[in-house]
Ligand binder design. Structure first.
Ligand code: UFG
Length: 371
């Protein structure tokens, strides 16, 4: 059974790809590599020992995407591809609306045309805006605070309308809390471009000496120590949540929304302390002004996912810090030192079928002679 994962080479997508292959699904990744590195594909294969297909396609290019649907029998789609930087979305709203909304419309249009009506969509806890209370349940009022969040909310509404128009669809909307950590092999992990916006990659870059100190945004929030509280979830748990949601959409015809979090909130200072005690590395930090648009406290009520999907997060803060650090330590420059399969190669070929390890190794050798 072939599952198409859009954005499958990204941080979350690569971990979902591993879990899908481990669960025995055939995997097809569509990614434009705008915020990911093709080296991740070799790593996914190394972890799983399995082959899969990859198409370098931008979802805005409907013609290219249609070829994938014409040439393959796709059973379901996990849709992650999209832009995700909150700050950038405020500066360039049109880019966010165009990319995130139009690509989803293209995808759903083709799914409808080729009778693929099973979809798992990557949404975000950002759709709750500033919640009145915690833990946050799925039926809380929705109010996104920035263009990125609004694209997620609009797509959720589009999907509801699609389902209303045709009850043969089966859709699972997953609202992520704060994914951190990495695969325990240390082969894949979060690889942000430039200076990280998010807490954990910033901490690991301070730990490795690439950045001098962490700025802790806000010290007077009504929380345990005045710093912001979030529901951090191990990316492997998050990936397993997708497999559970996929199993459900494959079996039913319905639309459902689930929070994917641990239900446990940690402050920024608690995260720093946990990271220091696990790694033995001191993280220099400075308390500073709150970041514009940040909320004080955010954590999930994930009981619906437990009840209906049989899923709950298993990994704790120790594993999250340990695995994030292992990834950073083993890959001080992310995937950059290992461009064994170059962007240009994939761009030129358009399609790469990862048939076997030998094939990948051949690509690696070719690449060496190619550059
Ligand atoms: N923080 C710092 N210093 C930093 C970075 C972050 O103190 O350098 C703090 C933030 O103020 C916040 C906490 O660490 O209190 C977590 O911040 P992140 O940037 O890691 O994550 P956010 O909760 O701000 O945002 C994340 C995703 C968004 C998503 C949101 C959903 O990045 O895409 O969760 O709740 F919308």
């Amino acid at each position: 059974m072939t599952i198409l994962v859009t954005g499958g080479a990204g941080f979350i997508g690569s971990h979902i790809s591993v879990e899908l292959l481990n669960a025995g699904y055939n995997l097809m990744i569509v990614d434009n590599f705008s915020n990911s590195n093709p080296e991740v594909l070799r790593r996914i294969q190394k972890i799983t020992g399995k082959s899969f297909e990859i198409h370098q396609i931008d979802l805005l290019n409907e013609k290219d995407l249609e070829r994938v649907f014409i040439e393959n029998r796709i059973e379901a789609v996990i849709h992650l591809a999209g832009l995700k930087a909150v700050g950038e979305s405020v500066v360039e709203p049109l880019k966010y609306y165009r990319t995130n909304i139009n690509s989803t419309i293209n995808l759903c249009k083709l799914m409808k045309k080729y009778h693929v009506r099973k979809l798992v969509f990557s949404s975000s806890a950002t759709v709750y805006g500033m919640p009145d209370k915690v833990p946050i349940a799925e039926d809380f009022p929705l109010k996104a605070m920035n263009p990125y969040g609004r694209t997620k909310l609009m797509i959720e509404e589009i999907l509801q309308d699609i389902y209303i128009s045709d009850k043969q669809w089966s859709i699972s909307i997953l609202r992520y809390f704060n994914p951190i950590g990495a695969h325990e092999s240390g082969l894949i992990g979060d690889n942000p471009n430039g200076i990280p916006n998010n807490l954990m990659p910033f901490i690991t870059k301070v730990a490795i000496g690439e950045l001098k100190e962490l700025k802790v945004f806000g010290q007077h929030y009504p929380t345990i120590d005045g710093t912001g509280v979030r529901d951090y979830i191990h990316v492997i748990d998050l990936a397993k949540g997708h497999v559970a949601a996929l199993d459900k959409v494959l079996k039913t015809n319905s639309i459902n929304t689930y929070n994917l979090g641990t239900g446990q909130g940690y402050s920024v200072l608690e995260i720093i302390t946990a990271f220091e005690s696990i790694t033995g590395i001191k993280i220099p930090f400075q308390l500073s002004e709150p970041r514009l648009g940040d909320i004080a406290i955010c954590y999930a009520d994930s009981s619906k996912a437990k009840m209906e999907l049989g899923w709950e997060a298993e990994k704790g803060i120790i594993e999250m810090c340990r695995d994030a650090w292992r990834w950073q330590r083993k890959n001080p420059n992310g995937y950059q030192d290992n461009k064994l399969i170059s962007n240009s190669r994939i761009r030129d070929s358009g399609l790469m079928n990862m048939e076997s390890t030998e094939e990948v190794e051949k690509n690696v050798v070719d690449e060496k002679t190619y550059t």
